[in-house]
Design a protein around this ligand. Structure first.
Ligand code: NAI
Length: 264
């Protein structure tokens, strides 16, 4: 596909700021959006402040958009009432607007927390049943289901990125497995937008790390190969004090998320 107008949601967030300059070169127009300040429009950008939970505002946001990179929303575990607007209503508003607008493809930022209650001894692929580790993880499973439905029913293609840990560098031992470098994130999003055929694809967003828990063979259609890995960080992380490997947060892939809640 070629894009006339790409939309990046969550453009003021950490990953949005990483993707924004690259995405300017991928379409005639780049619309960037967030509920937080976006700074001045650069080059071919259009800046639109929008609350994803506001159906009418999302309808306007999606006007003329043929492809979306959806990074916007609550990005950590929170009480349900905080999550439901951006991550549940927001995802519905986005997909329903895509249907009305005729948007071709959406790249949805899902999360490893959709499967975080998997044990670290398991190796899984995109077809293994989900095991959300938190209300946040449940919201990402919802997004994966919404995108599946809009593909089966209306043919809108989606690539769901189960992002591991995309940060400047891995913060702990777990992230030696889950880390996704910013460079690999950019190529993953690029392949997700431009692969000839996406249908509905779920892909684990991690660099080529040793000891990975995730098999991406079912996302071969994307033609994505990560270039980085966490070996340069290993010695430093492994020199840190050992963790108690009998604790739930060290047994499960989702880490500390398996311990969050209850909130009420
Ligand atoms: P972030 O929290 O820095 O960015 C999210 C952005 O969404 C923020 O700028 C925020 O203002 C915006 N947002 C929140 N509520 C909104 C609303 N109601 N309307 C419009 N915008 C709203 O998070 P980050 O790290 O950039 O993550 C981007 C996406 O990737 C998120 O969907 C997150 O869940 C997902 N993800 C990120 C991972 C990571 O390691 N960075 C790991 C797994 C998933």
């Amino acid at each position: 596909p070629k894009y006339e107008r790409l939309l990046l949601t969550g453009a003021a967030g950490m990953l949005g700021q990483v993707l924004r300059p690259a995405m300017r070169t991928w379409a005639t127009h780049l619309r960037v959006s967030d509920i937080e300040p976006l700074g001045p429009a650069v080059g071919n950008e259009e800046c639109v402040t929008c609350d994803l939970a506001d159906e009418g505002a999302v309808r306007v946001l999606m006007d003329g958009v043929d492809g979306v990179v959806h990074m916007g929303g609550i990005s950590v575990d929170k009480p349900w009432r905080t999550i439901v607007g951006p991550n549940i209503e927001g995802v519905y508003n986005l997909y329903e607007s895509a249907r009305i607008q005729g948007t071709k493809r959406i790249v949805f930022a899902s999360s490893n927390h959709a499967i975080g209650f998997r044990k670290r001894t398991e190796r899984i692929d995109a077809d293994d049943p989900v095991r959300p580790d938190s209300l946040y993880g449940v919201s990402k499973v919802f997004g994966e289901a919404m995108s599946r439905f809009y593909f089966d029913r209306y043919g809108i293609e989606s690539v769901c990125l189960r992002i591991g840990s995309s940060l400047p560098e891995p913060k702990d031992r777990r992230m030696l497995v889950t880390y996704l470098s910013f460079d690999d994130l950019i190529t993953l999003v690029q392949r997700s937008l431009f692969a000839e055929k996406a249908d509905h694809t779920i892909v684990f967003g991690a660099s080529a790390n040793r000891d990975s828990w995730w098999d991406n063979s079912k996302a071969a259609n994307l033609g994505w190969t990560p270039k980085d890995n966490t070996e340069p960080f290993r010695a430093k992380k492994e020199a840190e004090p050992p963790v108690d490997s009998t604790k739930p947060e060290h047994i499960h892939q989702g880490g500390v998320y398996v311990t969050f809640g209850p909130y009420e």
